[in-house]
Design a protein around this ligand. Sequence first.
Ligand code: FAD
Length: 388
Amino acid sequence: MGVNGGRCDVAVVGAGLVGLSLAYELACLGADVTVVDAAHRGRATDAGAGILSPATSHETDAELWPFLRQAGRHYPALLARLEADGAETAPANYGVCGILSLGLQAHEDEWFAPFADVVLRRAPDEVAEITPEEAGSLFPPLGPVHRVLHAPSAARVDGRGMAAALRQAAAARGATFVTAGAVGITSGSSPSGPATRRADALRLDRHPPLACEAVAVAGGAWTATVGEWFGCTLPVGPTKGQIVHLGTEFDTGRWPIAQPLMTHYLVPWPGGRVACGGTFETGAGYSTAVTVAGLHELLRECLAVAPGLLEARHLETRVGLRPTSADDRAIVGRLPGWGNAWVATGHGANGLLQGPCSARALAYAIAGEELPGDETPLPRLFQPARFG
Ligand SMILES: Cc1cc2nc3c(=O)[nH]c(=O)nc-3n(C[C@H](O)[C@H](O)[C@H](O)COP(=O)(O)OP(=O)(O)OC[C@H]3O[C@@H](n4cnc5c(N)ncnc54)[C@H](O)[C@@H]3O)c2cc1C
């Protein structure tokens, strides 16, 4: 379907990991989907570090735990489905590599002890405390550490590769892609009553409107202005993250992720690559600049954790804008007062883990179908209506 005079069942705004997952799941449910993406610089999915570790999540609200576990389990199943649909999944570089949660110094016990308590209670079969020496043999460049938790079930994924595979599979299932900015909607009232409004079409820049049965906005950090289209509050904005990729001569393929509690993490990839991230810049707006301050912070902190990487080469620095909501939780569901308008954003620093799972549950809600019984529904904490 083209945009000219086009019509579709669901118009999805945004082709990051969340929008692409949504498009794929909707297409699998038989919907005719058009994805509209403006290709903004700073797509978070392109810079994401790739840590998928529900067992060591810092989430303290127990209501979210089953969803996080489901989000972790979702990846192998999703990758198998993408492959069956002919997508190339190797670039996603998904792998179960494990994670080390690190307390670097004795004074960090004030934070490490309660964290360890929660994590060991939540997932006693998946997390164990190991010695600093054991940690050093798993992650050879590691410097001195005080306490270590090891979660062998944690995984990593390359957001870019995952997004590319989702896009291929969605296209194979009939989804259409349009490069354009969505700038608003046209709307009428719902046949089910004046209290519920309906979006009739998505307005695009430099293209005619796209008529649709439903609109789903997955615009990442750029969803900030979308609340205005619908007259509701969607408090989400960018948290800039810079992440530096280093090249080493080590055989990094089996190293676990190293994640200090109080500073920056290191994510090893096959082929000697180690990503060190990330800055957490709340006041940088939509800037995607690689800054000297950012590089300085990343290298200083990561080398303090892993001094054995001092001889590494600088490969590249990626920059992404994490979609961060006012209460730091995802915003996923139907917009209040609207019968056919939906949103999926605000996954913040956890969108690679949570995004595909959120999108799947949302796709079922949009299609009006029940999620399979063994899958965890969207947490109530994600409801857009909580902001009014
Ligand atoms: C440095 C860094 C490290 C991270 N590490 C991790 C990690 O280890 N684990 C983890 O789980 N998560 C991590 N994340 C978070 C994760 O990457 C994001 O939460 C996730 O990628 C968000 O995906 P998204 O689809 O919502 O947004 P994005 O990937 O930003 O995609 C949004 C898309 O919508 C498009 N768009 C927006 N508005 C419009 C419009 N009006 N019209 C058309 N198109 C539009 C944009 O052009 C863009 O392509 C990290 C992020 C960063 C930056």
